[in-house]
Ligand binder design. Structure first.
Ligand SMILES: CCCCCCCCCCCCCCCCCCCCCC(=O)SCCNC(=O)CCNC(=O)[C@H](O)C(C)(C)COP(=O)(O)OP(=O)(O)OC[C@H]1O[C@@H](n2cnc3c(N)ncnc32)[C@H](O)[C@@H]1OP(=O)(O)O
Length: 421
């Protein structure tokens, strides 16, 4: 009987969906090694493997059977995804072109040898980034450089602007996946993309205002306000947008800072200085990794507090997602400062959700946790923090929390009025 590998729900899935992997046609209690591999668009290889044993009728179901060794141990249905490791040290798995899927190659080998040779079965599973009917619209309006993702069907849909951090470029994969959950999502670049500045220097909030205007005026985007989602440097940009611009309903920060960071921020006549840092406090671990935890100045001390964003001016609720093992900066302390700042001005407490053993680089579900990668500005491998399994599980829950929050505040009855600016 031929050995067959089965992916449920089918041979294709979206990257943010879990899949059930099973193997059929093995001999009773047969020992096998499952090997997964995937190449990114740069041609970099990511691999994982795990040893398993079939049950008494020759079946193997990764939802029930424990891995007995290899990249991980124990019952972990998505373990082969979690433990995908780059062949080139410190390479980070990112999806650069959301119009094509990743191809996950899964091979079943006989035995538990570290280098098994007898191939029993092979299947290629597609993991896509554009759900059925999701529309991808490049936006080059005025100075805005972005991509809008619209869900299937007829709008208007609740709108979100999605900002990544100081890596720059245009990151579309989170926005494209989120659009599959009935949101109109604008992935917005702000440097290191096409004709935008190459470096992260002197940010002008007018650029973000233009993007916000684009969303507020879009016929398929529901008003009266827009949601903001920002990771890392993108987080403090969201707070600044919320504090100085009109038309924002709800804001989610993923490991963001309560002060303006890395470069001064300008809006009209106003300039918010950046938080500042001290190279002397930059740590290098024994294995040569850069640890930035203590690098940044304390935003509560003078004169650093001049960089604090006046979030008490912002409308709408906030959700702070915090990885408690963030080694880029002190995200948990920043969320607490934001909470105190809001409450001392009589504003509502923000929602803060903390995830233990979770590092800085929180991605959509099922990305292998990126605990270390090379950051362009540092020019070396940076330790971002996190413990792989806890971080991976947190990513799944955070994805749900983000959607619940935006559903609550952007899809509610009050926001059906088309009271746009
Ligand atoms: C002796 C001891 C001395 C010690 C001295 C230590 C040094 C001292 C230094 C002191 C300075 C202090 C400055 C502090 C600044 C702090 C910054 C931290 C700020 C943190 C805040 C943040 O916000 S945190 C999140 C940032 N994140 C994103 O928000 C992702 C968005 N964006 C993307 O996801 C990508 O941007 C997107 C779109 C995919 C396009 O990707 P892309 O291809 O354009 O660029 P990549 O990011 O992939 O790579 C960037 C460059 O790293 C190279 N590289 C990549 N992997 C490599 C590998 N494995 N081995 C070798 N090199 C590798 C690559 O070749 C590039 O090199 P190059 O710039 O020369 O071309």
């Amino acid at each position: 009987m031929a050995v067959l590998v089965n992916f449920t729900p089918g041979p294709r899935s979206l990257w943010d969906e879990p899949v059930a992997i099973s193997v059929h046609g093995l001999t009773p209690t047969q020992r096998v090694t499952l090997h997964a591999s995937l190449r990114d668009e740069k041609g970099e290889l990511f691999e994982s493997s795990a040893h398993y044993q079939a049950d008494t009728v020759g079946q193997l179901d990764l939802r029930k059977a424990p891995a007995l060794g290899g990249s991980y141990r124990g019952v972990e249905p998505m373990g082969l995804f979690r433990t995908l490791q780059p062949q080139k040290p410190f390479e980070r798995l990112v999806k650069r072109d959301v119009q094509t899927p990743f191809h996950m190659d899964l091979e079943v080998y006989e035995g538990h040898d570290p280098q098994p040779t007898k191939l029993l079965a092979r299947v290629v599973h597609e993991r896509g980034f554009l759900g059925p009917g999701v529309r991808r619209i490049p936006v080059r309006e005025g100075s805005v450089r972005a991509t809008l993702f619209l869900p299937p069907g007829t709008g208007p849909f609740p709108g979100i602007i999605d900002l990544y951090g100081s890596g720059g470029g245009l990151c579309e994969y989170r926005a494209s996946l989120l659009a599959g959950h009935d949101f109109a999502v604008l992935a917005l670049a702000y440097f290191r993309f096409e004709d935008l500045p190459e470096e992260l220097n002197d940010i002008h909030l007018e650029y973000f205002e233009e993007a916000l205007d684009y969303m507020l005026k879009h016929p398929e985007v529901k008003g009266p306000g827009i949601g903001l989602l920002g990771f890392s440097k993108g987080g403090d940009l969201c707070l600044s947008m919320g504090s100085f611009l009109k038309g924002i309903t709800a804001t989610v920060l993923i490991n963001g800072c309560v002060a303006n960071t890395m470069t001064p921020l300008h809006y009209k006549e106003m300039t918010l200085p950046d938080l500042g840092n001290d190279l002397e406090r930059l740590k290098v671990t024994e294995s040569g990794l850069v640890d930035l935890t203590d690098f940044w100045n304390n935003p509560l001390e003078k004169p650093n507090c001049q960089s604090l964003i006046p979030i008490e001016k912002a409308q709408g609720p906030f959700l702070f997602i915090v990885g408690q093992d963030d080694h880029n900066w002190k995200s948990e302390a920043y969320a607490c400062i934001a909470s105190e700042q809001l409450q001392s001005h009589g504003k509502e407490k923000p929602q803060i959700i903390c995830y233990p053993k979770t590092g800085h680089c929180i991605e959509p579900p099922y990305f292998p946790p990126c605990l270390i990668s090379v950051h362009g500005m540092v020019g070396r491998a940076v330790f971002w923090g996190g413990e792989s399994k806890a971080h991976f599980m947190a990513q799944v829950e955070i994805w749900e929390q983000i959607q619940t929050f935006f559903q609550r505040y952007l899809k509610s009855k009050e926001s059906t009025f088309h009271n746009k600016m």
